[in-house]
Design a protein around this ligand. Structure first.
Ligand SMILES: [Zn+2]
Length: 104
């Protein structure tokens, strides 16, 4: 069952201003707090807000994304200059050079 975030529209109760409720997806969003019966509204989950990024966007943001290609072999789809395209578990030199990526 998915977990939903709700917030009190006005006064909050012991549940807090924002709280989470787990209920089936088929169930309509709650409009009243199960704790105090005051009006509440559903918050779009922060997790769902993050849209999937393309590999080049991730790269620009400084992320490294590895995609599993084989046992012990991951493709570095965000490889930067000088990085090995394939990361092999048994070859540490194929890991991305983080020192180069991380800057102040
Ligand atoms: Zn409440």
């Amino acid at each position: 069952m998915p977990l939903y975030e709700y917030e009190h529209v006005n006064d909050s109760c012991a549940l807090g201003k924002i709280f989470e409720i787990q209920h089936p997806m088929s169930e309509k969003a709650l409009t009243k707090c199960p704790g105090c019966n005051n009006p509440i509204r559903k918050i779009i989950s922060r997790i769902n807000i993050s849209t999937p990024k393309t590999n080049s966007e991730l790269k620009d943001l400084g992320f490294t994304k590895l995609v599993k290609r084989d046992d012990g072999v991951h493709e570095n789809v965000t490889a930067r200059n000088g990085d090995s395209r394939y990361v092999r578990r048994d070859k540490p030199e194929t890991l991305p050079n983080l020192k180069k990526t991380i800057r102040d």
